[in-house]
Design a protein around this ligand. Structure first.
Ligand SMILES: Cc1cc2nc3c(=O)[nH]c(=O)nc-3n(C[C@H](O)[C@H](O)[C@H](O)COP(=O)(O)O)c2cc1C
Length: 325
């Protein structure tokens, strides 16, 4: 017997990236059963064969080994919660789910990237698992981003365009076009370039726009609170933008007890909404070109980068609009 540490073995297996499936069938009473499985793989094109393996400890073992048919649902990226539901042992996994009738009368799940309805061809003993090989008798697929599993966690997959050029990025002394600071900076300025015309039309500088949009998001603020909220934009020390916005009557000063607060006037609100509309149109255009899924991957990575580099900024976005905190 080789000396294998189970945790290390499991971790090493996790290096193999897979999709995620839910395999379903019916038990002898016709009650649907289903399990989340990433052991699925293709086997043969002619005849069309696929396989997966089921733990012998699974509650659904008898149903799968006896029924003679099962359906593999390849999950889309939106179906993480469904994957979790079918990975929980034995509960009523189908309750409240929208389903369709399959070839064998068992329910099919909807919203998947692909579905393969199979008749059992072979069953093999596989240690603590049962290996099921099935002949595909029906399938369908949709153009959906897949749910991915890697290293024991769900992951996002994105299509690669051209070479990744990882060597250049890894070089300690290189300062190439792969330098992250350059990429983020250039992406930021090129994005803003698309709304420069609207900023100019409203007569707003970048710090003035950030000031107005923060007031739109958070309502009237004291000067100190506003200054704090703008830390993350790089436009702290607001004296100038605020004085100019007051002079142009885009911002109004109000007195609450001892505290002076600054809030949007109607013309300030109007100006910032025009710029935001231009920015949203710019975003929509870019997202359409990127594609829905890559856009989500990009936003996810940018949020991670923001969290990793944040020196403790005041959270502008989470507060309810109109708050004066
Ligand atoms: C991503 C993922 C992949 C899984 N892959 C398998 C698999 O290939 N085979 C298996 O037997 N269990 C697998 N499981 C665990 C089963 O989904 C889980 O044990 C399930 O509760 C079994 O259902 P049952 O006991 O109600 O029949 C996986 C779980 C997750 C989250």
């Amino acid at each position: 017997m080789p000396d294998i540490n189970p945790q290390e073995f499991r971790r090493a297996l996790g290096a193999f990236t897979t999709g995620v499936t839910i395999v379903t069938s019916c038990d002898a009473d016709g009650t649907p059963v289903g399990v989340t499985a990433n052991s699925f793989n293709s086997v043969s094109l002619d005849p069309p064969l696929v396989l997966w393996s089921l733990a012998k400890s699974a509650k659904s073992l008898a149903a799968f080994s006896d029924s003679g048919h099962w359906t593999v649902h390849v999950l889309s990226a939106e179906q993480e919660a469904l994957s979790d539901r079918f990975a929980r042992r034995g509960e009523d996994k189908f309750s409240g789910l929208e389903t369709e009738a399959g070839i064998n009368g068992c329910p099919l799940l909807t919203g998947c990237a692909a579905r393969f309805q199979c008749r059992t061809s072979f069953q093999y003993d596989g240690g603590d698992h049962l290996i099921l090989v099935g002949e595909v008798v029906g399938f369908d697929s949709a153009d959906k981003a897949p749910l991915v599993f890697h290293g024991g966690r769900y992951a996002l997959a994105t299509k690669k365009t051209g070479a990744l050029n990882l060597e250049a990025a890894d070089e300690p002394h290189s300062f190439s076009e792969d330098f992250l600071g350059y990429l983020v900076g250039r992406a930021h300025y090129q994005f803003l370039d698309g709304i420069r015309a609207e900023l100019a039309a409203q007569g707003l500088s970048d710090p003035e726009f950030y000031t107005l949009s923060t007031l739109l998001q958070r309502g009237a603020q004291s000067r100190a609170a506003l200054d704090q909220m703008l830390q993350h934009s790089g436009f702290a020390g607001l004296m100038l933008p605020l004085e100019r916005l007051l002079a142009r009557e885009m911002v109004r000063e109000t007195q609450q007890g001892d505290a002076t607060r600054y809030g949007l006037s109607a013309s300030g609100r109007r100006a910032v909404l025009f710029v935001i509309a231009a920015a949203k149109a710019r975003e929509a255009d870019l997202l359409e070109k990127l594609g829905d899924w890559d856009a989500r991957v990009l936003k996810n990575l940018l949020k991670q980068m923001i969290a990793l580099t944040d020196a403790g900024s005041v959270e502008v976005w989470r507060a309810a609009q109109g708050s004066t905190a």
